[in-house]
Design a protein around this ligand. Structure first.
Ligand code: DP6
Length: 333
């Protein structure tokens, strides 16, 4: 590579929300309607290299060594336009992004993608950003990405001001605070039918439960923070299932309705509840897709992995501990 080209590479982990984000109070600045709390997932990582090149006349994106789709490229171009406008430069970039998790497993994560892109794009442009700045910036790419700037347990805060100055994430606990584990159970490798951005906007416009969702989020966040502080695993699990089901009630009751689950998803929900009756600490959560994530404690992760990997209807299981903050990999020197 030409030495004059400015480049940087960053690595970020995906995350799974225990208290869910769903709905925006401003779609342009991407300000969430509710706060959220997540676990950063060490097993799901995105590594992204940004190379600015004065000879390019548009941004180029490859994901896992293949050319990205038009929709993916447009979303990244729009994001880089924000970075260029903020720092007043014009160069387009080649963006090379790689996930360490299987593609086409319905896990393509905008969270790890935009967290890594935020750090790589600003650093390659010679900007030194604080974690707070990175969180504010990644939020513009994807709401959940604002949380992937930090490792461990993370809270996305939300304020009321129209500029969103308080809409950034903070770390509630470091990865070593608590031996939490997440098992990612893949029930389907199909692309999701409707993305979260579109589905949450549809929910806000049409679900009769939307207002109540926004109003009731505050106490969920408050209770979850208390559970984390007390290391009360049952409380954390119970609240996670509650928030996940409450969130899914919105797409389910939208017009037209959006059903993200398949029959495997429902089987696993039942399975997790049966395991619990047998005294095993396991709770489920799901995002805008059919995969089930099981939250458990480190002592139980091995036997649960074994249990689920033999289940019919599960294509693949991935075990994750809590991951770290976004960082520069130093691959560019
Ligand atoms: C169900 O962060 O993908 O995963 O801000 O429009 O990019 P945009 O939405 P996105 O939504 C995530 C929704 C969720 C819940 C969560 O991660 O909190």
């Amino acid at each position: 590579l030409d030495k004059k080209l400015k480049s940087a590479t960053a690595l970020a982990c995906a995350n799974i929300a225990l208290i869910k984000y769903w709905g925006k109070r401003d779609p342009i600045l991407n300000l969430p309607a509710v706060g959220s709390i997540s676990l950063t997932l060490d097993a799901l990582q995105t590594k992204t290299r940004v190379i600015y090149n004065p000879e390019l006349n548009q941004d180029l994106l490859t994901i896992n060594n293949s050319e990205a789709t038009d929709a993916q490229t447009k979303r990244v171009q729009k994001f880089l336009d924000i970075v260029r406008a903020k720092y007043g430069f014009r160069e387009y970039a080649t963006v090379i992004s790689d996930n360490n998790f299987p593609t086409g497993a319905g896990l393509a994560s905008s969270a790890s993608a935009f967290a890594a892109l935020s750090m790589a794009a600003t650093c390659a442009a010679g900007q030194k950003m604080t974690k707070k700045d990175l969180s504010l910036l990644s939020r513009r790419g994807s709401g959940s990405a604002a949380r992937s700037i930090y490792g461990g347990i993370v809270e996305m805060q939300t304020g009321e001001d129209p500029k969103g100055e308080k809409d950034y994430a903070i770390q509630l606990a470091t990865p070593d605070y608590w031996g939490l584990r997440v098992l990612i159970l893949i029930t389907s490798a199909e692309e999701k039918k409707i993305g979260s951005t579109e589905a949450m906007n549809l929910s806000a416009e049409t679900s009769p439960y939307y207002q109540q969702w926004v109003i009731s989020a505050k106490s969920d966040l408050h209770e979850m923070k208390q559970a984390i502080q007390d290391k009360d695993f049952e409380k954390l699990g119970e609240l996670s299932e509650f928030s996940a089901l409450k969130m899914h009630a919105l797409p389910l009751t939208s017009r037209p309705s959006v059903i993200y689950w398949n029959s495997g998803t429902l089987d696993l929900i039942e399975e997790v509840r049966i395991l619990r009756q047998q005294g095993i600490p396991a709770y489920f959560t799901m995002d805008a897709g059919p995969q089930v994530k099981v939250i458990t404690l480190s002592e139980y992760a091995g036997s649960l992995m074994n249990h689920f990997s033999h289940k019919k209807g599960i294509k693949r299981c991935i075990e994750s501990k809590l991951g770290a903050d976004v960082y520069l990999t130093g691959d560019d020197s």
